[in-house]
Design a protein around this ligand. Structure first.
Ligand code: HAM
Length: 416
């Protein structure tokens, strides 16, 4: 029996954890700096939430969700969350969070699931971090979410990325754009892929999203939404752009996003370090989603980024060293092992990090282990030291060695 991890899932092994933690620490720090509060929501939800929020005619809902029966008598169907925005808005409405604070800034991190064809940077279980700022129409809030993402990227040393921006209008101006797009695209529709042909009738905007090179070339000739925005959407988009003064971004009329809840601003941050799945993160504004899910009329804007993709981009920079442990206890003879174990735990109780070799190996092998564990000091214990109630403290970088009393050893390890 071949029991390997399911296709499209990944084990995050101890050697990878350091980088995951680095990213987690960075995002916590930046979210705090930008004034977001954390929210945690279930990994699965009623499937109707995603049908409603993400949209019936999207790849995610049509073919990528993992759904299952609740197992209860109610006959409900659940889906593993393919993204977190829908769940966050559901929670906000369910718990009336806007009653206490009409402008909520929330952040989250956790796994999401999509039944996609796995490849580098595209998995079936992946992890997202993101924000949702709900309760403001102000274009500065759109800009602030973009800056939150780029600040996290800066914090973890990812500097090679591009920001793509577009506005996809609102229910007032989008229908006319859809019509204009249909008219313009009809002439060359036969030349396009099957996917485009299907999208032409069902969700014409997604035609612009097609990844087939020939089709992209055709799309470049089509009108862009920002040429047809209503006065409100146009003014909003101009303000978002001026709020981002000094931040380089590209206006991208082909950017439409694969989820239906967006209105006005949409954006994507891509990196050439990633290959074909090049979006590090993406987001935009959703002015109607809160009300559609039963809440008050409140606008939202946010983004989500893929942990795995940001980690790929981070791996192109300088790899940071794993954190050092404070000490490694080395016993001269097997009969000192019990005292070594006692000291190991005594020092740990004092807040220090340490380990020892349990295999009663010779001292040389124990020293090798200490170096492999990246310990800063060796705490050496032989018969003499046990009798005198001292240890030898050896700095493994400078090789300097000194005999000290136990409490003095703790003081030195804690202060160096
Ligand atoms: P999304 O563009 O579907 O947007 O996903 C956001 C990010 O999640 C992508 O840019 C990518 O980095 C990562 N991602 C998506 N699918 C996969 C996958 N199969 N494997 C690895 N990484 C993946 C959303 O999910 C929206 N909820 C973003 C948002 C928040 N909009 C407003 N607020």
């Amino acid at each position: 029996m071949n029991l390997s991890a399911p296709r499209g899932t990944q084990d995050i092994l101890p050697q990878d954890i350091h980088n995951w933690r680095r990213l987690e620490d960075a995002l916590r720090k930046v979210f705090g700096r930008f004034g977001y509060e954390e929210i945690r929501i279930p990994v699965f939800e009623d499937v109707r939430l995603f049908n409603r929020a993400v949209g019936e005619v999207t790849d995610i809902v049509e073919k990528e969700m993992y759904t299952f029966a609740s197992g209860g008598e109610d006959g409900d169907t659940f889906a593993l969350r393919p993204e977190l925005t829908a769940g966050v808005v559901r929670a906000l409405v369910e718990h009336n969070l806007l009653n206490n604070n009409p402008f909520m800034k929330l952040w989250y991190a956790g796994p999401a699931f999509r039944k996609e064809r796995p490849q580098k940077g595209r998995y079936r279980q992946f992890h997202q971090f993101g924000v949702e700022a709900i309760g403001s129409m102000d274009p500065y809030v759109d800009a602030e979410t973009v800056l939150t993402l780029t600040t996290i990227l800066k914090e973890v040393g990812v500097t090679q990325y591009e920001i793509h921006m577009n506005s996809i209008g609102c229910p007032n101006c989008r229908p006319a754009y859809r019509e204009a797009l249909k008219q313009a695209a009809a002439a060359t529709l036969k030349e396009r892929c099957g996917n485009c042909q299907r999208r032409f009738d069902r969700n014409i905007l997604r035609l612009l999203d097609c990844k087939v090179e020939h089709d992209r070339e055709l799309s470049k000739q089509l009108p862009g939404m920002f040429e047809m925005l209503c006065a409100d959407c146009k003014a909003h988009f101009e303000k978002v752009q001026s709020a981002l003064a000094g931040v380089p971004f590209t206006l991208d009329k082909l950017l439409v996003r694969g989820l239906d809840y967006y209105t006005k601003t949409v954006y994507e941050v891509t990196s050439p370090l990633l290959g074909s799945q090049d979006a590090l993160g993406a987001g935009g504004r959703y002015d109607n989603l809160v009300a559609e899910l039963g809440g008050p009329k409140a606008s939202g804007v946010g983004f989500a980024a893929g942990f795995e993709r940001v980690l790929i981009a981070m791996s192109h920079g300088e790899a940071p060293k794993p954190p050092a442990m404070d000490f490694f206890v080395i016993y001269v003879e097997d009969k000192n092992k019990g005292d070594a174990f006692r000291i190991l735990n005594q020092f740990r109780q004092a807040g220090l990090s340490g380990a020892m070799d349990f295999e009663s190996r010779r001292m040389k092998a124990q020293f090798r282990e200490a170096v492999r564990a990246n310990a800063r000091f060796a705490v050496i214990l032989g018969e003499d030291e046990v009798k005198k109630g001292v240890v030898k403290l050896k700095n493994l970088t400078t090789t300097e060695e000194k005999e000290v009393a136990l409490d003095e050893a703790v003081r030195r390890l804690a202060s160096s």
